[in-house]
Design a protein around this ligand. Structure first.
Ligand code: FES
Length: 276
């Protein structure tokens, strides 16, 4: 009998932290004796036994973190069930799946991370990965925004990164709040204000489709080419391995050919960021 591709690895919840009102970080240990290696931008199918499974991007980095981390927004049956679990409970983890960001091709380049809301998850994994090998890259700019301070995920970590002098962090919230002295406005406005150079640079942007649309416009004006802009698309996925057709768009399977796409791939295919 062939290997059951849908059988998850058993994993134990080791730490659970509340990131925001509806986002929790779950640090898990894969219990089975396997090499569980993954790339930033890849995802896993995470299952709560008896409740179902759903695709979740890694927010940790394989090269830096001992535990596998998923930062999960409470949204839908499986994630609601996941939020009810406690340290010591077991879950299933199938994967890793998808392509991930081609970080190894970007040595010597400037990297510009632009995230919004929970879209920061795959970027956070990538930032951790990149900072573990900081010397391989030139300038690093991190833009991140959310509607309010309460909704900024990885907030404390980003505040700590602000203190480093080998990278630049530009945080924003949509509306004024007492005590907030950083930028107030939407993420694309922050990018427009700072104007990161498009020379020898790669931009990675994840967030709400409307944010990505305006960020891409900014980036093009700053000289970024379509193949220098990368995004990770979220889409309803079921099998995660190119079999069920649920994530099929044109001749692409988001689960297998993505979820990371360069903007020229997006433009050449029926993938429409605004509809995803
Ligand atoms: S999720 Fe089944 S083909 Fe992509």
């Amino acid at each position: 009998m062939g290997k059951n591709l849908y059988k998850p690895h058993l994993a134990e919840l080791k730490e659970i932290e509340r990131e925001t009102l509806d986002v929790k970080a779950f640090k898990v240990e894969i219990i089975e004796d396997i090499d569980f290696n993954y790339l930033p931008g890849q995802f896993a199918m995470v299952s709560v036994f008896g409740r179902g499974e759903c695709p979740i991007s890694f927010s940790s980095s394989n090269v830096r973190d001992d535990l596998v981390e998923f930062s999960v927004k409470r949204l839908g049956k499986v994630t609601v069930a996941l939020h009810e679990l406690e340290v010591g409970d077991k879950i299933g983890v199938r994967g890793p799946y998808g392509n991930g960001f081609p970080i190894e091709e970007w040595g010597g380049k400037n990297l510009v991370f632009i995230g919004g809301g929970i879209g920061q998850v795959p970027l956070r994994s990538t930032i951790r990965h990149v900072l573990a090998q900081r010397e391989n890259f030139d300038r690093i700019d991190i833009f991140y925004g959310a509607p309010s301070t309460e909704e900024l995920v990885f907030r404390d970590e980003l505040f700590q990164l602000e203190d480093r002098d080998d990278l630049n962090v530009f945080l924003s919230i949509d509306e004024e709040e007492e005590g907030w002295s950083r930028f107030v406005g939407f993420v694309p406005e922050n990018v427009e204000r700072v104007q990161p150079s498009g020379e020898n640079s790669i931009a990675l942007t994840c967030g709400p489709p409307v944010m990505i649309k305006f960020v891409v416009k900014n980036l093009k004006e700053l000289g970024f080419e379509n193949d220098e802009i990368f995004t990770s698309l979220e889409m309803k996925m079921k099998c995660g391995i190119g079999k069920c057709g649920r994530c099929n768009v044109g001749n692409l399977y988001v689960c297998k050919d993505g979820p990371v796409f360069s903007y020229d791939q997006v433009q050449e295919s029926p993938l429409n960021i605004e509809e995803i």
